[in-house]
Design a protein around this ligand. Structure first.
Ligand code: FPP
Length: 257
């Protein structure tokens, strides 16, 4: 079978590198759906639908590139401020997406995760997401973490509150040493929505905005940030390979020299 140029380049990328140079966790801000649609005279919801199609196309490519985990910013805690019709359309699309792509996730052995406050999701969405999480939880080839009703500051506050709860319990049980021990980073991380995913190595932002938008702030402490003007619905295998090649050219220092 003839390989597309992107797939050929992907194979070179894999052959030419050791595991250390491959990101263990790629996070993507799915931005530009609205602009993509408007420029074509379509509704913004059509843009979100096209964004969902882009994601579907790339799922097996992540596996081929041996990227073990991917986080996707699908709906932020701030996205509730959008017009009601758009918010409704996003929830509807998300339901359709999980319904129609569940089999693909089963076939590809993808584990689906969700990060965010799921309690505020419309009931049908919450149920469907929970079902997909349950059905795919043993899969190990690729973890796809959907960040829904997600905000990083809210996540950190949630984690801090959980740690505090445990400290209060310890105090009530007379375990003073445990109750007053300093909080370590590892302890807090166990309460983040994304646990046990590794830190983000590569953060990709299509749509050309140089912002992090309250996405995985803790997890991206040392992430390399790749911004491209390409809008998410136009994002192809080729763009993903470009992002990974750029990542491999970076010298990561983690605060050292
Ligand atoms: C940001 O683009 C995109 C969103 C807020 C929604 C993303 C939702 C989907 C792709 C729906 C499909 C669902 C799944 C589970 C994949 P924007 O609207 O901010 O774009 P703009 O900056 O061009 O206006």
């Amino acid at each position: 079978m003839e390989l597309s140029p992107a797939r050929q380049q992907a194979q070179q990328l894999l052959l030419g590198t050791d595991n250390g140079a491959r990101p263990r966790h790629v996070a993507i801000i799915l931005d530009g759906n609205g602009r993509w649609a408007t420029s074509r005279g379509l509704s913004r919801s059509e843009g979100h639908r096209a964004g969902g199609e882009t994601l579907t196309r790339l799922l097996d490519f992540f596996i081929e590139l041996r990227v073990p985990s991917v986080s996707l910013y699908v709906f932020s805690t701030e996205n509730w401020r959008r017009p009601k019709t758009e918010v409704k359309a996003i929830w509807r699309l998300m339901n359709e997406f999980f319904e129609s792509r569940l089999q693909l996730c089963m076939d590809l052995k993808i584990r689906v995760m969700a990060s965010g406050d799921l309690s505020r999701l419309p009931t049908e969405n919450r149920r469907r997401v929970e079902r997909v999480l349950e059905m795919t939880r043993r899969h190990k080839r690729l973890t796809v973490n959907f960040c829904v009703n997600y905000g990083s500051q809210a996540e950190i506050l949630h984690a801090a509150s959980s740690v505090l709860q445990l400290r209060l319990q310890a105090l009530e049980q007379g375990q003073h040493k445990k109750a007053f021990a300093p909080i370590s980073a590892r302890e807090l991380e166990r309460h983040l929505y994304t646990y046990p995913l590794p830190p983000v190595d590569l953060l990709v932002r299509p749509g050309g905005e140089w912002r992090i938008s309250n996405f995985l702030l803790w997890q991206s402490a040392y992430a390399e940030i790749y911004v491209t003007d390409t809008l998410w619905p136009d994002f192809t295998e080729q763009h993903l390979v470009q992002a990974l090649l750029w990542y491999q050219s970076r010298k990561r220092r983690f605060g050292g020299l």
